[in-house]
Ligand binder design. Structure first.
Ligand SMILES: C[S@@+](CC[C@H](N)C(=O)[O-])C[C@H]1O[C@@H](n2cnc3c(N)ncnc32)[C@H](O)[C@@H]1O
Length: 282
């Protein structure tokens, strides 16, 4: 009798298995303020808890007050993984963000814009497994070896997206690393799906968590010349739109072609814009 084939851990992502998790599985991580949707929170926990094997670091670009890192850290804890989680951010929040995100999620109002102490306190339950990196990620280096899960939520300008890809993508492992593009489908960052499509020979889209996250498997590590050729900053709107059209076809098997059409409409309504905060929703 034939045995049923084992489901590959990466192929399993297309079925969004994290949706079956009860919210309480996330434990103390649920108490840490976040901008993530509920499903995205479960995805992060699931990736660290059920997908990762401890073959490299987990890197969180855009930790904010600790929300994404906490979901990853709780997954890491239950899986008994050894490599630490590296949390990158400039760790500041303006008055509007404090009001709209932090205070609404129970943080006591505080003076100033420094949120590193807040993130450190919120992530204390998972210490010492978290390494904080404060600063402009575009100007930072990575010396931490192989990266197994790379979460990207700080590519808010086209230059940042190019710089972070150049710094971190060379440390991915072919067939063994995921890139989680948190805002890949957000209408204010058209350079993200375009960039991944430009590197389509190196990555395969393998999962989606609403609202805006797309997960990519690294199949081949892009070389320096490929990364240079995939830089989106030099693109004019027509070239960016052409890459978006190609990205729509590429992401269609995940049911995301319509989302990319929305991003194209947003680009058309925001000509020449290359910073997320400049975009106005069409
Ligand atoms: C959308 S928030 C991240 C939300 C977070 N992952 C969560 O779970 O709530 C984006 C974060 O990226 C950070 N960021 C954006 N661009 C950055 C840069 N160039 N260098 C460092 N941090 C940056 C911001 O400070 C902000 O905290």
């Amino acid at each position: 009798m034939d045995r049923p084939a084992l489901i590959d851990r990466t192929d399993a992502l297309s079925a969004r298995p994290w949706r079956r998790l009860l919210e309480r599985a996330l434990g103390a991580a649920r108490d840490v303020p976040t901008m993530l949707s509920t499903e995205e929170q479960k995805l992060y926990y699931w990736l660290a808890g059920f997908w990762a094997e401890g073959a490299g670091a987990i890197v969180d670009l855009g930790c904010f007050a600790g929300g994404s890192t906490a979901r990853l850290a709780e997954g890491r804890r239950v899986a008994g993984l050894v490599p630490p989680i590296h949390a990158f951010d400039r760790f500041t929040a303006d008055a509007r963000t404090k009001e709209a995100i932090l205070y609404r999620q129970g943080v006591t109002p505080f003076e100033g814009d420094d949120i590193l102490p807040l993130a450190q306190a919120a992530l204390a339950p998972w210490a010492p497994g978290i390494v904080f990196h404060r600063g402009e990620i575009d100007r930072m280096d990575w010396q931490g070896g192989a990266i197994e899960v790379l979460v990207m939520d700080a590519s808010k300008t086209v230059e940042s997206g190019d710089a972070m890809a150049a710094t971190f993508f060379p440390h991915l492992v072919p067939g063994g690393s995921l890139v989680v593009q948190q805002d890949c489908l957000h209408w204010s960052q058209p350079w993200l799906p375009a960039q991944m499509e430009r590197l389509g020979g190196c990555f395969r889209p393998v999962g989606h968590a609403p609202r805006d996250t797309v997960v990519f498997l690294c199949e081949r590590v892009p070389g320096a010349q490929e990364l240079e050729a995939a830089r989106i900053a030099p693109f004019d709107d027509a070239a960016l739109d052409a890459s978006l059209a190609a990205a729509g076809a590429w992401l269609a098997p995940l049911g995301l072609a319509g989302r990319i059409e929305q991003t194209r409409a947003s680009l058309a309504a925001n000509p020449g814009k290359r910073r997320a905060f400049q975009f106005v929703k069409p």
